[in-house]
Design a protein. Structure first.
Length: 120
């Protein structure tokens, strides 16, 4: 006999994943470095902003990387959780890079109050 749990709506699943990720980060058991695919999103955003002076839309990210909108949403949610972007769902062009550099320790995991890891 197989027990199946009810599926959450996409918004509820993303909210759940973010909460679980934050809890794991607080416990020091989650990697806060972006994946290769998340780095592709960050690079696309950096290039687009440098060329245009404003952030790309979700559709522009989707088209540039050849991925589905739900994948863009998931990757941006993860990048937000990891501290690389600021982004508000449902609002256009609210995407912004935070200035955190790949390889910097996560301020939330290291308790320094800022990325960089030193208290000086």
């Amino acid at each position: 006999m197989t027990i199946t749990r009810p599926r959450l709506r996409v918004e509820d699943q993303l909210r759940h994943d973010v909460l679980v990720g934050v809890r794991k980060a607080e416990q020091g058991i989650v990697d806060t470095q972006p994946t290769e695919k998340q780095i592709d999103v960050l690079d696309m955003i950096r290039i687009f902003v440098a060329a245009n002076g404003y952030p790309p839309s979700m559709r522009q990210i989707m088209d540039a990387l050849g991925i589905q909108l739900s994948t863009v949403t998931y990757r941006l949610t993860e990048l937000k959780r990891k501290g690389y972007v600021r982004w508000e769902r449902g609002s256009s062009r609210t995407l912004a890079l935070t200035g955190r550099v790949v390889g910097d320790p996560c301020e939330h995991c290291h308790g320094t109050g800022r990325a960089g890891g030193d208290d000086a």
